[in-house]
Design a protein around this ligand. Structure first.
Ligand code: SF4
Ligand code: SF4
Length: 278
């Protein structure tokens, strides 16, 4: 049986850290003390899919706001393993997320591939599945996971939970006019590099933002130099509700930049559906 841990998104400690990061990312502070966060070289988060069986209002992968069945391909996972071995990377932790990762049609295959990588190349690696734990299918898949995998379960249901308002873009808020967006946030250190169906990003959340805004910044191969992501951080963090500090909410909150981006996203989807049906 896998080891299961309960996870809570909002805690007093995390709110205090958010306040610290808000202060620390102001331009004068960065000039004085230097950059506060670096992308971790120890951790990776892999967004397996944007499918989800829940509809949280402030989902930071836009699974509710812009539903999609986009999955990470098995070939990309194979590429990640190949590049990790070739570059001599020794990840300490790989987290599988989404969306709801267990809904990926090849979830078991991907878990087996990563366990094989762990056994052959990286025995100290910790494999973690982050799940909402909701529904019979999800629970069945979790129960069948092999030993040694850690399950981080948020036990979400249909009742809305407290979330940080992901769709409040700092760029829409005067409070952030002195912010240095290319600093990112503590998620870079706590969660590490992101691999998503659209490629590699400084964090997995940035991949979810790119899916909606359509900048096309995903890198096809595992980047050897993480410092090259500065420009991407500037682009994504000014749109991301995780930058700085915001009071958690159970209600849907959305600033104008996001409202316009979702409208454009829906138009793009409608256009591509029409051309497929022609
Ligand atoms: S369970 Fe997670 S992925 Fe699904 S809608 Fe809620 S926050 Fe998003
Ligand atoms: S995109 Fe969001 S989660 Fe990622 S580093 Fe920037 S502020 Fe943090």
């Amino acid at each position: 049986m896998p080891v299961t841990r309960i996870h809570r998104n909002i805690t007093l400690r995390r709110l205090a850290l958010d306040l610290y990061q808000f202060i620390r990312c102001q331009r004068p502070m960065v000039q004085w003390l230097g950059r506060p966060f670096d992308i971790s070289r120890r951790y990776v988060e892999i967004d397996l899919t944007y499918r989800c069986n829940l509809h949280c209002f402030n989902c930071n992968r836009s699974c509710t706001q812009a539903p999609s069945r986009l999955d990470l391909s098995v070939a990309r996972v194979a590429g990640f393993i190949h590049d990790s071995v070739a570059q001599g990377r020794s990840w300490e932790r790989i987290r599988l997320l989404g969306g709801e990762p267990t809904l990926h049609p090849d979830f078991d295959v991907i878990v087996d591939m990563l366990r094989d990588y762990q056994a052959r190349h990286n025995p100290r690696l910790r494999l973690v599945v982050c799940t909402n734990g909701n529904g019979a299918r999800v629970r069945r898949t979790l129960a069948n996971l092999p030993d040694g995998i850690v399950v981080k379960n948020t036990w979400k249901g249909t009742r809305q939970r407290l979330f940080r308002p992901f769709n409040m873009a700092p760029l829409d808020r005067p409070l952030y006019r002195w912010a240095k967006y290319s600093c990112g946030c503590r998620i870079l250190e706590d969660c590490g590099l992101g691999l998503t169906p659209l490629g590699y990003y400084p964090c997995a959340i940035a991949g979810g933002i790119d899916r909606v805004f359509g900048f096309g910044r995903g890198r096809p191969e595992l980047p050897a130099r993480l410092a090259d992501f500065q420009e991407d951080l500037y682009l994504f963090c000014r749109l991301c509700g995780h930058f700085g500090f915001a009071w958690p909410t159970k209600n849907s909150r959305m600033s104008p930049l996001w409202a316009r981006a979702y409208t454009r996203y829906r138009k793009r989807c409608a256009t591509s559906n029409r051309s497929v049906n022609r």
